[in-house]
Design a binder for this molecule. Sequence first.
Ligand SMILES: Nc1ncnc2c1ncn2[C@@H]1O[C@H](COP(=O)(O)OP(=O)(O)OP(=O)(O)O)[C@@H](O)[C@H]1O
Ligand SMILES: [Mg+2]
Length: 263
Amino acid sequence: MTKVISIINQKGGVGKTTSTVNLGYALASSGKKILVIDLDPQGNASTGLGIDIDKREKTIYEFLVNRNSDPNDFAINTLNENLDIICANVELSGFETEVASESKRAFYLKEVIQQIKQKSQYNQILIDCPPSLSLLTIMSLVASDSVIIPLQTEFFALEGVSQLIKTIERVKQSLNPNLIIQGVILTMFDKRNKLSGQVEEEARKYFGSKVYKTVIPRNVRISEAPSHGLPVILYDENSTGSVAYKELSNEILSQKDLDIEAA
Ligand SMILES: Nc1ncnc2c1ncn2[C@@H]1O[C@H](COP(=O)(O)OP(=O)(O)OP(=O)(O)O)[C@@H](O)[C@H]1O
Ligand SMILES: [Mg+2]
């Protein structure tokens, strides 16, 4: 059974891509077969996993347009034998307007993922969402079993969260009744900053046990790694960021379906 997970938050720069790339790599290292789908025209997940996106033609954009294509033309193996990625680049930014008049457009990524499931046996598909609640994000929610929400432990962290939850609820009611919130990741935690602790407290009050115990610290190695096209776990294995993402991946692996109540 392939689990499809959206890494989502419409707020920009909260750690969606960093979490997708590092969890993808950590889960793959634990022996799980992982596909990362880069669904952001910025293409940061692709670059972060060492792919030169300007040279890629077979991107998620083309797959969304030609939904009966062979997934093997799109998924490329990278950095670990268990880790594949379907890339994105700026071409994807025109998609929403191009399909604006098509009534089934919210289901296009779901169709693509069904096609992938027929051909490959991934344990998990992680979708790196763009910072918006646009069609791309809605398609991702429609195609997913669950969502993981990264929250930056800074002022305004919870701003916009109620809108995100409303969007998830709306998709649940009309397009994907089985969608659940799987977990919330606290990112860029700075233990010297009182605010980080306050935001953690607030988030745990709001989301309860959905907030992962493992908190991702602010760590300069995490921010350096993408410019080398590497997850931090490969860039600096012993850094605090690397250790945290490995721990988080173990926490996610130990999550039983029963622990994950409906959103
Ligand atoms: N724990 C961390 N410590 C230090 N820097 C971090 C950490 N997590 C992320 N960053 C840096 O913060 C920036 C934003 O992170 P990231 O790109 O993962 O966010 P995002 O939510 O995907 O952004 P966008 O909304 O633009 O897609 C990046 O430069 C990243 O390297
Ligand atoms: Mg991103």
